[in-house]
Design a protein around this ligand. Structure first.
Ligand code: EPU
Length: 336
């Protein structure tokens, strides 16, 4: 275990805080040992660090999930079931599945982070969420030191939500592995999103292969989302808010161009990126921090920003959106 380590290279925002200890978890035994040896130290589990905002130094142990490996559990003509260790890189897994022509996760290409943290916020993009392919999540309860298996129905998956994201479960479960089911035959990729259809149309592709869908997704993401290796960010900073019918109708009459998704007869989801752009923040820079110029839902660190500076910008945006639209924006990123 290393002592007094900078976390700059371990979070995609590139915030330079320090951790008292950094533990590289490469084997499940390392987790058991750490729980036994350091029962009183505060612990935090980190995957790719692509959904956190560090506000201050961490006075405890950061446990890096570097558990590697994947195996086929069972397979038939139509489906293949895998167990994938939590420290595997998510995008590499997607690209591997695409190369085998296994369908189900191609729309989740280029999402940063690791397999073991993907279920926590039920990662999703372009009409697909990880919950669509997950069958089981394997975890170690950090309090009891025992293995716990969550079946899909136990995970309470929702939009950017799961049992693992509940405040009372924060850092309670170290996700060691995930079982996912992918399709081999009789599979049609999900291309319902307009942006995908547009890219495919431009290429004259009418019934795309899994690989062509992945390529389209990569093209769309690269055109809108900044590469965290070049400019610090954590993807979408806020969740898309869900509002009641009354508020939705009053906003829709005021802003006829407002995009929305009807999610039930009384609930509507409105893209936070559109609200933030409409409030005038898109592409605006405030010293070391700013709002991305191609997707207003993404806050960026231009250089040596502190977590607090990003948080201040987020608060300013939340206040403006409340004032303009009477909507409460909620961060999607975890503040530590
Ligand atoms: N929009 C604007 N201005 C902006 C950004 C978006 O007007 O600056 C409008 C777009 O024109 C579009 C709508 O808002 O009509 C939705 O935009 P987009 O398709 O880019 O998706 P999003 O709702 O902003 C969500 C996810 C993304 C995911 C995309 C694609 C959340 C919080 N974010 O963004 O996830 O990639 O859909 O499915 O749900 C992430 O979680 O880090 C992430 C990038």
């Amino acid at each position: 275990m290393q002592k007094n380590v900078s976390l700059k290279n371990y979070n995609s925002f590139g915030i330079a805080v320090t951790t008292k200890y950094l533990a590289d978890i490469q084997d499940i035994k390392d987790i058991y040992q750490l729980i036994k040896e350091f029962p009183d130290e505060k612990k935090m589990i980190l995957g790719g660090g692509s959904n956190v905002l560090f506000l201050k130094d961490f006075e405890g142990i950061i446990m890096l999930n570097n558990l590697k490996g994947k195996e086929v559990i069972s397979e038939d003509e139509n489906e293949v079931r895998f167990k994938i260790m939590g420290g595997e890189n998510w995008h590499n897994l997607v690209m591997w599945a695409v190369a085998q022509n296994y369908g189900g996760i191609e729309n989740l290409a280029l999402i940063p982070g690791k397999v073991g943290t993907a279920p926590i916020q039920n990662i999703g993009a372009y009409g697909v969420e990880i919950k669509d392919v997950i069958s089981q999540v394997f975890a170690i309860d950090m309090q009891t030191g025992k293995e716990v298996i969550f079946y899909k129905q136990d995970c309470q998956f929702g939009y950017r939500q799961s049992i693992f994201k509940k405040p009372e479960n924060k850092n309670k479960y170290f996700i060691t592995a995930v079982n996912i089911n992918l399709h081999k035959k009789n599979y049609t990729p999900n291309i319902q999103y307009g942006a995908i259809q547009q890219v495919l149309k431009d290429k004259n592709i009418s019934s795309p292969s899994i690989k062509q869908v992945a390529e389209a997704i990569i093209e769309i993401r690269e055109s809108k989302l900044p590469d965290p290796k070049k400019i610090g960010n954590a993807g979408s900073f806020f969740k898309n808010p869900i509002v009641d019918k009354d508020l939705f109708e009053s906003l829709a009459s005021q802003f006829p161009d407002m995009p929305f998704y009807k999610i039930s007869p009384s609930k509507y989801k409105i893209p936070a990126g559109w609200l933030i752009e409409k409030a005038g923040f898109k592409g605006k820079r405030f010293g070391a921090v700013g709002v991305h110029d191609k997707q207003a839902l993404v806050l960026v660190n231009y250089g040596n920003a502190s977590g607090t500076q990003i948080q201040e910008l987020a608060t300013m945006i939340i206040d403006k959106i409340k004032e303009h639209f009477n909507i409460d924006l909620e961060p999607e990123v975890n503040f530590v």
